[in-house]
Design a protein around this ligand. Structure first.
Ligand code: SAM
Length: 267
């Protein structure tokens, strides 16, 4: 980061403090919280998170969570992002594009030349069913050189072993869990992949919000209140004090599918 004059540093710090204070006030604003909860219920029924794309690939996320992931990736500067749940590839392309920006920033900061096709950074996606058309579109994407995909269940021992072997070659790892949202599955994913999270990095568990939504919200899915990613997180954290829930992220987002799911590895 550039060497700024003291007055500039002070102003930048003041702005950061303003944000912290505003977010804190928002987290205690009952009306805002109630209206956001109502929006989550109504928008989820409309399948709102299916409306978006990232660099042309459909991404099944709330845009707020994409902004949060951008902030996290820029802060952590991972060299490996592990993601369960590829679907159309949007979130994997998103992570790969953030890694490309990190490569670009590194090159600018170190005064070296960037080779756009070469990177030590990788976005590793795992999905039980990578549809032919999705694989073709991901493999043809300009971000493809930073992507590796594994097809198989994220909790199958041979898949977990493969991911662990790949992760062993990286220093700073960020994990995102967004596949099958039952308690048992997410708990097994946490056991398998959360330990790969580097100290200071995050394991992000998507769709924890299912716990806060009405029981009839996902009639064709096996998950719902009492059986979902948030219940798995609660169970996992009972025996894993190395992780803490970073509530500051959900407090600033207000609209998010990740309530109590931004897990920061403290030690
Ligand atoms: C919610 S979508 C992923 C969305 C994606 N992360 C995005 O943001 O665009 C869930 C994906 O999990 C996959 N999935 C379901 N069960 C799985 C399992 N046991 N192991 C790995 N992936 C699984 C599905 O095939 C589906 O593509």
């Amino acid at each position: 980061m550039a060497d700024f004059p003291e007055a500039v540093v002070n102003r930048l710090n003041e702005f950061k403090e303003e944000v912290v204070n505003r977010v804190d006030a928002m987290s205690r604003n009952d009306r805002l919280q109630a209206e956001a909860a109502e929006f989550m219920r109504t928008s989820m029924r409309c399948q709102y998170p299916y409306n978006f794309s990232w660099m042309s690939r459909p991404i099944i996320q709330y845009p707020q969570d994409m902004v949060a992931m951008q902030e996290l990736i820029w802060r952590v500067r991972p060299d490996l992002v592990i993601e369960t749940g590829i679907a159309h590839g949007g979130s994997l392309i998103f992570s790969a594009s953030m890694l490309a920006l990190l490569d670009m920033a590194d090159a600018i900061e170190s005064g070296t030349t960037l080779d756009p096709g070469k990177s030590n950074r990788k976005a590793l996606g795992i999905d039980i069913d990578i549809r032919v058309h999705n694989r073709a579109a991901i493999e043809a994407h300009p971000m493809a050189s930073r992507i590796q995909m594994i097809e198989g269940s994220s909790i199958a021992p041979e898949v977990v072993e493969q991911v662990r072997d790949i992760a062993a070659g990286y220093q700073r790892v960020l994990v995102c869990l967004d596949s099958h949202h039952t308690h048992a599955h997410v708990l097994a994913e946490l056991e398998a992949y959360a330990p790969l999270t580097s100290v200071g990095s995050y394991c992000v568990v998507f769709d924890t919000v299912v716990e806060d939504l009405p029981a009839d919200m996902f009639p064709d899915r096996p998950w719902g209140p009492d059986d979902n990613p948030k219940t798995a997180v609660r169970e996992y954290l009972k025996t894993h004090q190395e992780f803490e829930i970073d509530k500051s992220i959900q407090h600033k987002l207000v609209i998010t599918s990740v309530t109590d799911g931004f897990l920061r590895r403290a030690v």
